[in-house]
Every structure is written in C-alpha cells, then in structure tokens.
Design a protein around this ligand. Structure first.
Ligand SMILES: [Zn+2]
Length: 413
C-alpha cells in the first residue's frame, strides 16, 4: 500500500462531494457516532488494567474523571463506540537487580491475571483476543475486544524465556522500554542520555524473540536510535502504539517526520497519543508540582485508596488544581498531530492510541466516551468512512496479521 495516498480521490461521485460541502459541521456530529457503530474501533494503548485492582472499582460501572480519575469503563466504551483495544500490562521501571526483576515479573503476571479475571467475570461483554481475526468475530458477537500488550519489558528481566510466558498469557504487543533506560535499550526521556546508543545486545535478541513468536514490537518510549534499530532489525512491521509528531510539537516522546515515513515504508503504523504534555508546550508551575509530589507522598498511589481515604485524596488534589490552574491541550492540538501525520504518510499508516488511564485526555475529550469527536473532525477534514475504518482499527489489525504471518513463515524455514 502506498504511503502518500492522502489526496482525496476526485473520481468519487460528484453528488457526494456536493453533499459534503452542503452539509454543516453539525451533520458530521450526527454521522460520527453512527460510523462508530459500523466500523471496528480499537485503541492501541489503554492503561485501564491499572484500575482492575482498585478497591471497589468495577469495569461494568459508569465512572467519571471528576469522581475517580478513571477514563475507561464499559458504559463509556459503549457511549464512545470503542470496540476494544490493547489493554496494557504496565510496569514502572525500578531497580535493575535480580530482586527488582523478580518483583517486576510478579507484578506483570499479576496484572495479566487481573485482565483475565476482568474478562472472565464479564464474559458476556468482553472477550480476550489473540489473533487479528479474533477482533471482528468478537465484535460481531456483541462483545468488546481485549488484546493484551506490555508497556516496559522490565517484567522480562534478563530472562528472554519469559517473553514466551507472556505470549502464552496472550500478550501480542510489547514496548521494551519506558521512561528510563533499561536492559533492553535507551529511553526517549532518560535525563542521563544514551546508555546503549539504541538497543542493548539483549534488546536486539528481544526483537528477534518477539518476531519469532508473533508479537508486535512497539517503539513508543524508545529513543530515536533504539527506534531506528528496532525498525532495522524487526523482520515484521513495527508500531508506535501511542506517539505523536515532533514536527507539530518538539518533544523527545514524539517522532520526527523522516522516521514516520520510514516506519510507514516498512509497513508500520503510528498511533497518535492524546497525552497533553506531548501535544503542546505546557507551562510549568513548580509550586503545583511540589504540592502534587507532597500529595503523592502523603497518600501513596491513589489507585490503592478506597472509601473516605480516596475522597480525602481527591478533595486535596482538586484543591491543588484549583489553586494552580494549568491550561491543557485541546482537541485541536490533538487533531494537529493526527492530521499532520495523515498528510505525511496517508490513511494506511496512522491510527489511534490515546493513553487512556495513563495520562491521556485533552480538554473536551476527557474520557473514552468523547472519541466520536475525533471522527467528527476527520470527516470535516474530508476523510471518508472507509478512511476512518483504517485509522480506527483496520491498520492495527493489518499490522497484527503481518506479524502473525511473518512468525509462521519464519517457523517453516
Ligand atoms: Zn506510555
């Protein structure tokens, strides 16, 4: 598939073009939710499994960001028309010691079990997906699609046999690196700078093992050099599961145009992120940061809190936010990244990974219920329902299918 096919094709019916011009933007608002009912809609980076162990929290209940800071649950997925996505097993980078690796492995295994338990408890509404073909079948059965991914391969430690262990549990996409350099390679955001100048020797073996098993290699959070090496070494296309465009906002977590073009030329896909700090220049308010740090020290991770203690935490948090208000990115900022990338490499190589429950969300798009707003704007920009089908899931599924096929092909040799 070509990588510069964003030109609207003039061959399509003149009547459709006339209607497109004649319709008001409000008409797109009506179209978008209906389109979400017809197309497969996946998000490739959902940090929602961090909520699965929250005391009293249930995926089946309707929550609000204001009420408990969560952004995804079944009622909001239904409202937003999200069919599913990659539910991440995220592990914060900790000490690179045998004890640290063992603790990370156990935390990763526990999170994988929590994902399974959520699906098992709600098996009439959710189903685990392992292959590209599973998505349409699960959606047709009226259920939501749960692929699993791993963000930060810290749980693998230095034991690559664990990649197979997590594959057997259902993991089909892995990003080896997170905020800091680790034993697999360099991070885009480690203040210490490069440790390996890309991937470590273990990181290179890791890419080969992911290819062998049929796991999508995810370069989000990796340094530019590590991205280049993943792209060069991987025998199958790779993904950026939640990254945006450096040409729109210069941040190390975003990626430059020449690398996006190379990713697309190799069959890969960039899934645009909604993490506000990466979309625009956010003002820094040191007093707010200090207050938030102190709040974190006082209460510990908020997802471990329940009842009155969570309420007290939330009240103090809201008070800090009111005292030091911070402007945030808007949907327009998010769309600038999405539309730039679409223009650069075309509708076959761009998708959506909004980092819900992991820091994503912008003003006017605070949780997953609001995602038809993105589709509305894509329609207004001239993209068609067929384009939306690619962006919202078709491209990600094609990528999974290619990675599966490559693993099978390699096994035959
Ligand atoms: Zn992330």
């Amino acid at each position: 598939m070509g990588i510069r096919n964003t030109e609207r094709r003039p061959g399509t019916a003149g009547l459709a073009a006339f209607l497109l011009i004649a319709l008001s933007p409000l008409a797109f608002a009506a179209d978008a939710p209906q389109i979400h009912e017809r197309i497969l809609t996946l998000d490739t980076h959902l940090d929602t499994p961090m909520s699965f162990g929250r005391p009293g929290w249930n995926m089946m209940d309707a929550h609000t960001v204001a009420g408990d800071l969560s952004q995804v649950d079944l009622p909001r997925m239904v409202k937003g028309g999200l069919d599913g996505g990659f539910f991440a097993i995220y592990t914060a980078q900790g000490p690179r010691t045998p004890e640290g690796f063992a603790a990370a492995r156990d935390a990763g295994l526990k999170r994988a079990v929590e994902i399974r338990e959520m699906v098992a408890r709600n098996s009439d509404r959710f189903e685990l997906a392992f292959r590209a073909d599973d998505a349409a079948r699960i959606a047709d059965a009226g259920k939501r699609i749960v692929y699993q991914s791993m963000e930060n391969a810290y749980p693998i430690g230095k034991d690559l046999t664990l990649v197979k262990t997590f594959y057997d549990l259902g993991v089909r996409m892995i990003g080896p690196i997170h905020f800091s350099n680790n034993d697999f390679g360099d991070s885009a955001t480690d203040p210490k700078g490069a440790e390996w100048h890309g991937l470590s020797p273990l990181g290179k073996e890791f890419v080969a093992e992911a290819n062998r098993l049929g796991i999508v290699v995810d370069a989000s959070h990796a340094s530019d050099e590590a991205f280049d090496q993943m792209l060069a070494l991987s025998t199958a296309p790779i993904v950026l599961s939640h990254s945006s465009a450096r040409a729109v906002f210069n941040h190390p977590r975003n990626i430059d145009d020449s690398r996006i073009v190379k990713l697309a030329a190799a069959g890969g896909v960039i899934q645009i992120n909604s993490y506000a700090d990466y979309l625009m220049q956010m003002p820094r308010i040191p007093a707010r940061e200090t207050a938030m740090r102190a709040l974190g020290m006082k209460y510990g991770p908020y997802r471990t809190l329940s009842g009155e203690r969570f309420k007290a935490y939330l009240a103090e948090r809201h008070a800090i936010e009111a005292q030091y208000p911070l402007p945030t990115a808007s949907i327009d900022d998010l769309m600038a990244h999405l539309l730039h990338t679409l223009k650069l490499v075309g509708v076959d190589h761009v998708g959506i990974g909004l980092d819900w429950d992991g820091g994503g969300g912008v003003a006017g798009l605070e949780d997953v219920a609001g995602i038809p707003e993105i589709s509305k704007r894509l329609l207004a920009a001239g993209y068609t329902e067929a384009d939306l089908a690619r962006i919202w899931g078709g491209n990600a599924l094609r990528l999974i299918r290619q990675v599966e096929a490559k693993a099978v092909e390699t096994a035959r040799k």
